[in-house]
Each structure stands twice: as C-alpha cells, then as structure tokens.
Ligand binder design. Sequence first.
Ligand SMILES: Nc1nc2c(ncn2[C@@H]2O[C@H](COP(=O)(O)OP(=O)(O)OP(=O)(O)O)[C@@H](O)[C@H]2O)c(=O)[nH]1
Ligand SMILES: [Mg+2]
Length: 261
Amino acid sequence: MTGKKYCTVLIAGKPNVGKSTLFNKLIDKKLSATSNKANTTKGFFYAYKTGKNQQIQYIDTPGYNNTRVTQLIQQVCVVFIVTTPERWVEIDAKFAAICQEYKTPTILVVNKVDNLREWSSLETWSQEIVERYKFKDVIYVSAKQGHHLKLLERSLQRYMLDTEVIIPDLAYTLEQRVREIITEKLFRTLHQEIPHNLRVDVQVIDDTIWGFITFYKASHKKILLGKGGRTIALLTYLCQQDISTLLKVKLDFKIHLKSSL
Ligand SMILES: Nc1nc2c(ncn2[C@@H]2O[C@H](COP(=O)(O)OP(=O)(O)OP(=O)(O)O)[C@@H](O)[C@H]2O)c(=O)[nH]1
Ligand SMILES: [Mg+2]
C-alpha cells in the first residue's frame, strides 16, 4: 500500500438545490455555471481535488433525469444527494432507492442552511430520511458560504480506495470554460425560458474571444440586445470580468448574435 487514497463522488439532486455551487466550492474553482433558475447545468463536469495523500473526483450533474446519472451511480464510490431543509420529494426518494439497489453509499447533504430560521425540526426530519433510505451520513452545509464543507470531505474518508495513481486535473479547454461563463450570465440576466432556447459557441480568433449566441426566435434577439443594446453590453461586461479572473490577463471578448430563423 502506498498510503495514497482516491475517491469518486457523484453530486446529484433536484434542480436548483445548489449542486453546482457545492461542486465549485469543493474543487475550489469556478467551473460550473450557477443561477437561481432550474436546469442551469446541462452537461456533466468532472474535476479533482488533490491533497497531499489523497485525491477526490467530484462530478457535477444536470439532475436526476439522465441515463448517464444512473450509470454513474454504479461506478462511483459515493453519491451525495443534495437537498434543501425539509424539501424531500418523491423524485429524491426514487433516486435514493436506486442508489440503495446498486449498494452505492449515499450521504444526505442538506444545503442552504444559512437560510434556515428554525432548526428545531430539522434533525427529526433528516433522521427519518436517513433511516428510511439507509444514508450513511447527513451533513448540513451552506455551499454558498462554504460552511461545513470540511465535514463533508471528512465523511468521505471511509469510502476512499487505496491507490497509487494520482490523476492530473482534467483540463477543460478555454472555449469550454468561456462557454460555461456565458451560459451562467445568460441564465442570470434573462427570463426563465430564454436561456434554454439559445445555443452558445466559443471561438478564439487572434487576440479576441468570441461568444456566438444563436437564437431561434426574433423576439429573443430583441431581448438579448435590450433597449439601446443595454442587455448585450451588460452580458459582455459580466463575461469579461469572469474571463479576466480566469485568465489573469485581459483578452478582448465580444459577443456575436447569430440567427437560426
Ligand atoms: N442561500 C443559499 N443559496 C445557495 C446555496 N447554494 C446555492 N445557492 C443558490 O441556489 C441557486 C441554485 O444554485 P445552483 O448551484 O445553480 O443549483 P443546481 O442544483 O446546480 O441547479 P441546476 O443546475 O439548475 O440543477 C443559486 O442562486 C445559488 O446561489 C447556499 O448554500 N445558500
Ligand atoms: Mg447546476
């Protein structure tokens, strides 16, 4: 044995419970887009947190309704089922039952406890779920504030595998990172249904990063532009800020709207 440990963790849960916020905090990077709109995350994100003698792979997911999620349950060491206080619904129960069926250890992660005013019933509520769905542990966290994330990491220790291999961090391309930044700003700036109906592509041409946003309805173009071009200017500004933080240098960033009418 080498003393090195490795673990893979699937982060699952209903839309909007804070899966991506938790993922970004755990890996200490802003990788996955977050917003207060449901279904912001469209794909899967894989990232590693590498310590001196251990490595944890976290996987952010687009929600329960995906066959890949079900496949991953069978491959990972642990599943975090993320929920918010006293919001446990049938779809959570169904997913927890699938994890039980595959005998994959699950940890109940109760997020957004910073919003909680009344704690008295939380313990009874969570204990009932823990017992019914055979969760190995329950951890109350605030992903946004970064509270209790160490407890969460600690809860993984007994599921770590002994392995010699330390895998280098998966490098997402600049285009992939910028695409996620633009997606996040679209979700944060526009109304509920619009970002779901846009396509984002990124290309680096000479010294400029171009974000191509394809729209499928004339009304969406109007909304993207905003009055006197205000919305697109705000979007460009917000993206530019995150891109500068990411690259540590200022690269020119432009948005181009493309019609698919
Ligand atoms: N108050 C509070 N808000 C949080 C916390 N974690 C996440 N949020 C907010 O909850 C909203 C949803 O967060 P996301 O991380 O995008 O949620 P998600 O589960 O990945 O959502 P989908 O990708 O749409 O499934 C965002 O507005 C976050 O800022 C938390 O610990 N406390
Ligand atoms: Mg998400």
